[in-house]
Design a protein around this ligand. Structure first.
Ligand code: NAP
Ligand code: G4F
Length: 339
């Protein structure tokens, strides 16, 4: 039987959890890499720490020696690189660090594959942020990249270098171009998690106000559980390639707030414009949501909507979980942890 040994960089993150879950179900031996941290970094994957097919190693993709040593030791059949400084806003504050992890870190992995065993299949976690300021209403694999942040720019390098290593050294190296995907275990400072966790607390009287940035950017939001299936399928093809993974639907941040508020039976109404825009509680007139400059970015990506026709055709993949189901699941998770 074919050996199934996966090495996941970024296993402690949102997608790392869902991908581990999927691969363990498919009888893989899953090796994950965690970074040294002063607090426990394995919170999300705790339930797998005692699984006999799940192994955790220390490492860091900015430390080429650790990457090389891990690949030598584990000899994986597949490597999934999910590791990144993944916050776009933070990338403006830590641009060199972000480039080091998100661009050069990827090159370290590719070099190690080239020097060790070019039969290892490699997945690179690319992003719709690479499209950036685009003129195309929806974006597919042929849309030109025009990133608007250190994060997006570093990811373009990672995308291109993955293609270069595929073409130059005949490595099975594929890029996913994933649009935003969320879940109950999404990082706290991404907008969906922030909105849901705050509005749930507000609905229970545990928080007074939510402060947001740009309410009018549009995003194409799917569920991480669906998206890791696409990631897996990308590496099961006979040939490497690049795939856009998205739902094909876009909403503004304000629409996301409105959907969440409605599900929580919070009656809100919007007033004012720009930095003075607020949402008030219709029942008592109190301000529940306001806008602050501190959450605006030096450059914004105004809209993103993916066209996953290629994934549908070649991977037989399409997004299943609809936005309202996603919000509902995230709300229930917050409630369970608070009540
Ligand atoms: P996430 O929750 O922020 O997880 C990022 C992971 O990378 C964490 O495990 C983190 O470790 C690890 N990491 C960061 N720097 C590292 C380093 N130098 N060496 C090794 N590991 C490192 O992100 P996610 O939402 O799961 O996303 C996974 C990947 O997909 C990322 O590359 C992201 O850029 C990309 N992506 C995400 C989305 C999305 O909407 N979620 C869309 C497109 C692309 P710690 O736990 O120690 O911080
Ligand atoms: O939730 P966000 O921080 O996600 P963003 O910037 O779209 O990036 C996410 O998706 C990318 C895929 O397109 C990934 F590659 C990346 O790793 C990450 O997972 O912000 C979404 C939008 C932005 O337009 C932002 O300006 O929400 C706007 N926003 C408004 N108020 C806010 C806030 N974003 C955050 N994080 N916090 C706010 O208070």
């Amino acid at each position: 039987m074919k050996k199934k040994i996966a090495l996941i960089f970024g296993v402690t993150g949102q997608d790392g959890f869902y991908l581990s879950e999927l691969l363990l179900k498919k009888k893989y031996k899953v090796h994950g890499v965690k970074r040294r941290s002063s607090s426990v970094p394995t919170r999300r994957i705790e339930k797998y720490l005692n699984n006999k097919n799940f192994f955790i190693h220390y490492g860091d993709i900015t430390d080429a020696s650790s990457v090389q040593n891990l690949i030598n030791k584990i000899n994986p059949t597949e490597i999934y690189n999910l590791a990144a400084q993944s916050h776009v806003g933070v990338s403006f504050l830590t641009p060199l660090y972000t480039a080091n992890v998100n661009a050069l870190g990827v090159l370290s992995i590719l070099e190690a594959i080239k020097n060790t065993n070019n039969e290892i299949k490699f997945y690179q976690a690319g992003t719709s942020e690479m499209f950036g300021k685009t003129i195309n209403k929806s974006q597919n694999e042929n849309t030109i990249f025009n990133p608007q942040s250190p994060y997006g720019t570093a990811k373009v390098f990672a995308h291109q270098i993955t293609k270069n290593y595929r073409d130059a050294y005949n490595i099975f190296a594929s890029n996913g171009i994933l649009f935003n995907h969320e879940s109950p275990i999404r990082g706290e400072n991404f907008v969906t998690k922030k909105i849901i966790s705050s509005l749930v607390k507000i609905s229970l009287g545990l928080q007074k106000k939510l402060v947001l940035g740009n309410l009018y950017a549009k995003r194409d939001w799917g569920h991480a559980k669906d998206y890791v299936e696409a990631i897996y399928k990308i590496l099961q093809k006979n040939k490497p390639g690049d795939y856009v993974i998205s739902t094909g639907k876009e909403y503004t941040i304000k629409e996301f707030v409105n959907m969440t508020a409605k599900m929580l039976k919070l009656k809100i109404s919007w007033k004012g414009k720009g930095l003075k825009e607020i949402a008030i509680n219709k029942d008592n007139g109190k301000t529940l949501i306001s806008v602050s400059k501190i959450y605006y970015r030096p450059l914004e990506v105004d809209f993103l909507k993916g066209d996953s026709t290629k994934a549908k055709k070649e991977l037989k993949w399409q997004s299943k979980i609809k936005i309202k189901e996603l919000i509902n699941e995230m709300i229930n998770y917050e409630l369970k942890n608070l009540i």
